[in-house]
Design a protein around this ligand. Structure first.
Ligand code: NDP
Length: 451
């Protein structure tokens, strides 16, 4: 079966690919399994050197990779460049981490107790279409650093950057079979990886619905899973915040990547006393978001990923009156305008992950009310708190049930800090030293010192 890959900004085909099925998935797992003993035996300094070489090749090919990603996902080229920059940083970071993921020595009578961090074996990495190369690197780099081999399954809609990365992996000198890219349907090859007895772990990013299937499927073989799933994050604006800064930043916290971001602050919670002032400024700032051709250097927002996804996003605002609805190009492409809706937390648009450029603005009374509303969601991935009161910032940050929060900023992702969710946003942590724990087992060894 062939797969036609589209450019979402033009609806034109950009590639025709062979799709893998179950047989090819099994072959990829077998290649990864065969490559595992030699890869785990590579000396730490050599493994680090290979990962560093890959980081360097990603840097050298940064413009090419950014263009692939921009065309395939419809991402503005400036943003795609930033993402590729992060990919090389991720490989640099884990190259440096190879020999810094330590075991322990633990006091024990009659000898020494030691722990070792052992690789898992073959890991299955299933990634989505919204940040294809970035999310692939967050999984691949720590997995390889610890000594695992991998089968990477990109989303059907966006396989091109992962395919190019696989070529760079070989060019870096990483042996054949260590990284295997599998282009095929999630329900076929993804599911096969989840069920395959020789796959030790699934690192998954995607919808909560498929995350549930992954967890169920993994139960049969007691496979390890880490799940990075959906979100419905709150951007909480208190009356003592720098409203100008908060409002100027708010559009990018939800409309970046056309809202197709699990960390999108798609619920904007505003204290009633400053609600109107904030909303006016938020609308003004949103009006200035530049929507259009992703290849244009000044574009800030591109189209959605597919026609089907555009229909789903539209269903959240059909018949709902909006405080603002922006403009989009009239040409072909899966365009959807920046949309701001005034809501309460029980509106569908405030409860479900829209994954499009739609913000729900919700008023709150006081700090306790803000925390209650922020936590009134099955998700718990990310969020922001805007206030000039440092004690309140920390109080609220501790009280919100989410894995990644920022104060007076809207960033969620850094190479060196842990990233992941509470509640139905999943479990396990990516990035930072924490990610290494998810790709290794702790082994405890007791050595008797008795003569
Ligand atoms: P999915 O969860 O369907 O896809 C994520 C990945 O899982 C893809 O590689 C997909 O493959 C694969 N997959 C699909 N079905 C299975 C399965 N049964 N077993 C194993 N792997 C599978 O997300 P979508 O891309 O369809 O997006 C749907 C919604 O998910 C979005 O609207 C958004 O709400 C949410 N989402 C959240 C993301 C996040 O970062 N948290 C990222 C993407 C989506 P393939 O696509 O090839 O079929």
């Amino acid at each position: 079966m062939t797969l036609t890959v589209l450019n979402p900004a033009t609806e034109e085909p950009i590639a025709e690919l062979e799709q893998a099925g179950v047989e090819e998935a099994d072959e990829a797992v077998a290649r990864a399994r065969a490559a595992y003993p030699a890869w785990r035996a590579v000396a730490p300094a050599d493994r680090a050197r290979l990962l560093r070489r890959l980081a360097g090749l990603v840097e050298e090919h940064a413009e090419e990779l950014a263009r692939i990603e921009s065309e395939n996902v419809g991402k503005p080229i400036a943003g795609a460049r930033g993402e590729v920059g992060m990919v090389s940083q991720v490989f640099h970071f884990y190259a440096g981490a190879v020999d810094k993921h330590f075991g322990e020595t633990i006091p024990a009578a009659g000898g020494a107790a030691l722990t070792f961090r052992e690789p898992l074996g073959v890991v299955g990495l299933i990634v989505p279409w919204n940040f294809p190369l970035n999310i692939a690197s967050w999984k691949l780099a720590p997995a390889l650093a610890v000594g695992n081999t991998a089968v990477l399954k990109p989303a059907e809609l966006t396989p091109l950057s992962a395919m190019r990365l696989a070529e760079l992996v070989l060019e870096a000198g990483i042996p054949e079979g260590v990284v295997n890219v599998l282009v095929g349907k999630g329900s076929v090859v993804g599911q096969r990886l989840v069920e395959h007895p020789d796959v030790a772990k699934i690192g998954f990013t995607g919808s909560t619905e498929v995350g549930r299937l992954v967890m169920k499927g993994a139960a049969e073989t007691i496979k390890r899973v880490t799940l990075e799933l959906g979100g419905k994050s709150a951007n909480v604006i208190f009356e003592d915040a720098d409203l100008e800064r908060a409002a100027a930043a708010a559009p990018y916290a939800v409309f970046d990547n056309a809202g197709q971001d699990c960390c999108a602050r798609s619920r904007v919670l505003v204290q009633k006393s400053v609600y109107d002032r904030f909303l006016d400024r938020f609308v003004d700032a949103t009006r200035r978001v530049k929507v259009g051709d992703p290849a244009d250097e000044s574009t800030e927002m591109g189209p959605l990923i597919s026609a089907e996804h555009r229909e789903k996003v539209g269903s959240y605002v059909d018949g709902v009156s909006s405080a603002f609805r922006g403009e989009v190009p009239e040409s072909a492409g899966f365009w959807f305008p920046c949309t701001i809706v005034e809501a309460t937390n029980d509106y569908r648009v405030a409860r479900e992950e829209v994954f499009g450029p739609v913000a729900a603005v919700i008023p709150f009374e006081d700090e306790a009310d803000a925390i209650r509303i922020a936590n009134d969601t099955p998700y718990g991935l990310s969020g922001s708190i805007w206030t000039r009161d440092g004690a309140r910032a920390l109080r609220v940050a501790r009280a919100i049930d989410a894995g990644v929060l920022s104060v007076n900023a809207n960033t969620s992702v850094r190479v060196q800090t842990p990233f992941g969710g509470f509640k139905q946003s999943g479990f396990g942590r990516e990035l930072g030293m924490h990610a290494l724990d998810g790709y290794s087992e702790v082994k405890s060894v007791f050595v008797s010192t008795e003569g």
